[in-house]
Design a protein. Sequence first.
Length: 141
Amino acid sequence: MRVLFDGKAPVAYGQIYVTSRELPDDMAGSFAGQANGLCGGGQPGTLFLMTGTHTGQVQFTVELHEVEPPAAEEEWEEVVEVSFAPRAAVLDLVPWGDGSLARLPLTSDGQDTSRLPVYRVRYCARGMDEGHDPFKCAELH
C-alpha cells in the first residue's frame, strides 16, 4: 500500500475531485446509475467526492493498494465503492474552484502506462452529519 496524499484538503460546497485530466462538468452525470451520493464515478477519468463539510478543511487520505484491502474498519460511518477508469497514470486531487492540491501517481517510475486498469475506489467518511451545517466551518476526519 502506498499513501498518495495525507493531509488537510480545502472544500467548498462540500466538493472535492480526483481527476485524470478535466474536472467533472456535470454533477448528475458523475452520479449517473449510482445510489450512494457520496462518490460519483460516472464520468471516465474523474471522481466527484462529497463531504459533510460545506466550506472548510477536511482530513483527506488517498491510498493505493495493489490488492483488495481488508473491509473498512467500524470507525467509518459511511463506506461506498465505485469503479474508476483513469485516463492518465497521474491524477490530481482538486478542491472546488481551485487548481491541483496534490499529484497522485498510480504507477511506479518506469511502469508501462499504456493500459491502465479499471480501479475499485473505496471512499470512507465519518462525521458527515456534524459537518453538514453550511454556515459553520468544520474540520472532519
